[in-house]
Design a protein around this ligand. Structure first.
Ligand SMILES: [Zn+2]
Length: 210
């Protein structure tokens, strides 16, 4: 993937990240360090075009006008006793979405890349950490299945089937470790898993309490 010059601020819409673009796409990788995350709102303008805005609540723990709309919509849906479908219709336009950006070694390209992924993949990584898995020592495979409830299939590769990093990959690993992701991203850095858990549970709490 192309490297940015230091100080160059990249736009989030830039296709600088490795993504699973369509059904059946698969990636096998090794995590280099904790991810950055970025909260966004996908709004539609009057012509029906997407207008993507950062979410200051998720990114900086600051007030976010769109989240306010989201919580208000939830509150009014509850007050009016709307059905699940109607509530979804009312609240969904304001719903924040979170993306995670993991610095990785792609085991296919053997390069340092930034894997852009979803909350569900991040939760799966965290669950492995909770179970005591050394996630930085094993390969991970994520497959885009598009199956409901299991949109991205996540699996850890058994140590016996994990090839050690090559000399080239080790050099890339070092490069990834030393790269300041703030150059690429405007969202927050996940300093450790616990911090992310807190941020995450705050979102869930707010959503369920409404
Ligand atoms: Zn927001």
């Amino acid at each position: 993937m192309p490297m940015a010059d230091f100080g160059e601020k990249l736009d989030f819409s830039a296709s600088k990240f490795t993504k699973l673009k369509s059904k059946g796409d698969l990636i096998r990788f090794r995590i280099i360090k904790a991810p950055h995350y970025d909260g966004q709102h996908f709004l539609k303008d009057t012509e029906g075009n997407w207008d993507v805005r950062p979410c200051p609540r998720i990114n900086k723990k600051e007030k976010c006008e769109f989240c306010e709309m989201f919580f208000e919509a939830h509150a009014s849906a509850k007050k009016e006793g709307l059905s699940k479908e109607e509530t979804f219709k009312l609240t969904d336009p304001w719903k924040p979405s979170v993306k995670f950006y993991y610095p990785i070694i792609n085991r296919e390209t053997n390069r340092f890349e930034i894997f852009q992924t979803t909350q569900s993949v991040r939760d799966a990584v965290e669950a492995e950490i909770d179970m005591g898995t050394k996630v930085l020592k094993k390969d991970i495979i994520v497959l885009r299945t598009e199956k409901p409830g299991n949109y991205y299939k996540f699996s850890m590769v058994d140590s016996a089937d994990t090839k050690p990093l090559t000399k080239e990959e080790k050099a890339e690993f070092k490069k990834g470790k030393e790269t300041d992701l703030n150059i690429y991203l405007s969202g927050s850095e996940e300093e450790d898993s616990q911090l992310a858990v807190e941020v995450n549970s705050e979102i869930i709490e707010k959503e369920t309490e409404l």
